[in-house]
Write a protein that binds this ligand. Structure first.
Ligand SMILES: N[C@@H](CCC(=O)N[C@@H](CS)C(=O)NCC(=O)O)C(=O)O
Length: 228
């Protein structure tokens, strides 16, 4: 069989033809996609980045909606298949590159705790951020928007206190670095943008500092800012 255009490797396995395309990650600078970028950089795999301009509403255009009908970032395209939702993307990367040890795949209880934390990030903390910056998503009633925004901020600040209290160090999950550390960076940056006093969180600040010194994180941030 001829290799379809754009595919770099073709492996034949009995009758099955597996095609491997370079990974492609759709990102938006400043968004939670930094967590997926960091995981990919840590894995050591090659990948391409494609920027989506949220400020221009590109996520709602027909081209991007054809990729992710939810109109959200990040999106990973792996071997021609679209993977949406950060938790799914981070899990996929951690499982594809086990040598990078991006999740405690060999420790069921620690793994469950990592998923517990990621789910809370996605379903509670990230939603609180959306209540602040995407308030209209939560009500058509103009009069309700201010209180939704306020509630979002309250939830976020309570959540930040919880992050601090649970920070074992040096990493979010303790001794072992994981995809959670990169995910946590998204919240640190949003906290700064929302002018939350991040000095209130010394243990989290130490994790943040250690994170910023990792070569993979430096590469991820530089790719992100080049895409801005
Ligand atoms: N549940 C999704 C949420 C993703 C999400 O909301 N991403 C934001 C950027 S951090 C986005 O794409 N926002 C576009 C918009 O709100 O229009 C996930 O965890 O991946």
């Amino acid at each position: 069989l001829p290799a379809p255009l754009g595919r770099v490797t073709v492996e034949h396995q009995q009758d099955v033809v597996m095609t491997i395309m370079p990974l492609k990650l759709y990102i938006a600078p400043g968004s939670c996609s930094i967590a997926a970028q960091i995981a990919l950089e840590e894995s050591g795999t090659e990948f391409h980045v494609s920027r989506v301009l949220l400020s221009d509403g590109e996520q709602n255009g027909i081209n991007f909606r054809a990729i992710n009908p939810h109109g959200r970032i990040p999106v990973l395209v792996a071997d021609g298949q679209v993977v949406t939702e950060l938790i799914a993307i981070l899990s996929y990367i951690a499982m594809c590159y086990p040598n990078a040890e991006l999740l405690p795949l060999d420790q069921p209880l620690q793994l469950a705790k990592a998923y517990s934390r990621m789910s809370w990030y996605a379903s509670t903390l990230h939603v609180a951020v959306a209540q602040i910056w995407r308030t209209a998503r939560y009500s058509d009633d103009e009069a309700a928007l201010a209180s939704i925004r306020l509630k979002g901020r309250e939830t976020l600040e309570r959540g930040f206190d919880e992050i601090e209290a649970a920070m074992i160090g040096p990493w979010v999950g303790g001794d072992r670095f994981s995809v959670l550390d990169g995910y946590t960076l998204a919240f640190w940056r949003w906290g700064q943008r929302l002018e939350i006093d991040m000095n209130r969180y010394p243990r989290w600040a130490a994790q943040h500092q250690a994170l910023m010194a990792r070569p993979a994180v430096i590469r991820a941030l530089s790719t992100e800012s080049a895409a801005s």
